[in-house]
Design a protein around this ligand. Structure first.
Ligand code: VGL
Ligand code: ZN
Length: 212
């Protein structure tokens, strides 16, 4: 059983709860809007709360349109395989804005990621070249965080990569399963849970962190 008493040393990371990942968005995650009330409740239970925002340049390398390809194909970029997506979360556009019902006034930092035109970043810690840090690990360490609790979109991409990199950076990591939703592209969700389990990422539910 996962130890879920939250307090000193804990941070909640709310991943990519943005219009383009929700109903009507450019890369809508099935039932993505359902995470909003869950993360709103969770946020009130943590002393440190960080939001992430997928934040791409126009013509970004992760966009199928930038390569004359079809969305959801995988191609090889300089840093390795890259799934190609519909244009989404273009910096400054309404699709990149946080969901209007996201109500987390206590959040203290917004980490934008994927803003280098040639490099994607599912992870909130390290970009897809696996060498360019976002600065989040340093921020969390300076705030004495030891354990991160992660919720948001999408379970099998940005949530999973963030959880795996949290472990690599030396943090304990818990994914709040019912406060996440997945894209599930060709088995990606099952693979993500396998990888997370192998890396020591734990899973929990919202109720473990919030009292009735
Ligand atoms: C995401 C695909 C592309 C995510 C971001 O937030 O999981 N997925 N960009
Ligand atoms: Zn993206």
């Amino acid at each position: 059983m996962v130890e879920t008493r939250n307090g000193d040393g804990d941070a909640l990371i709310i991943v990519d709860v943005q219009n383009d990942f929700c109903a009507g968005g450019a890369l809508a995650v099935p039932d993505g809007d359902a995470v909003v009330p869950a993360v709103n409740r969770l946020a009130r239970a943590f002393p440190v709360v960080v939001l992430t925002q997928d934040w791409h340049t126009p013509g970004h390398a992760s966009f199928a349109s930038s390569h004359g390809c079809t969305p959801f194909e995988t191609i090889e970029l300089s840093y390795g395989p890259q799934v190609l997506w519909p244009d989404h979360c273009v910096m400054g556009t309404p699709g990149a804005a946080l969901h209007p019902a996201l109500d987390v006034p206590g959040a203290q930092l917004i980490v934008r990621k994927g803003f280098h035109r040639g490099i994607d970043s599912y992870s909130a810690f390290v970009e897809a070249d696996r060498r360019t840090p976002t600065g989040l690990a340093g921020y969390l360490r300076e705030r004495q965080v030891r354990r991160v609790v992660i919720a948001g979109l999408a379970t099998d991409f940005c949530v999973a990569w963030t959880a795996l990199d949290a472990r690599r950076a030396g943090f304990e990591a818990i994914v709040v399963e019912d406060a996440c939703r997945a894209i599930d592209l060709e088995g990606s969700l099952a693979r993500a849970w396998q990888d997370m389990r192998a890396a020591g990422v734990e899973r929990a539910e919202v109720s473990a962190f919030t009292s009735a």
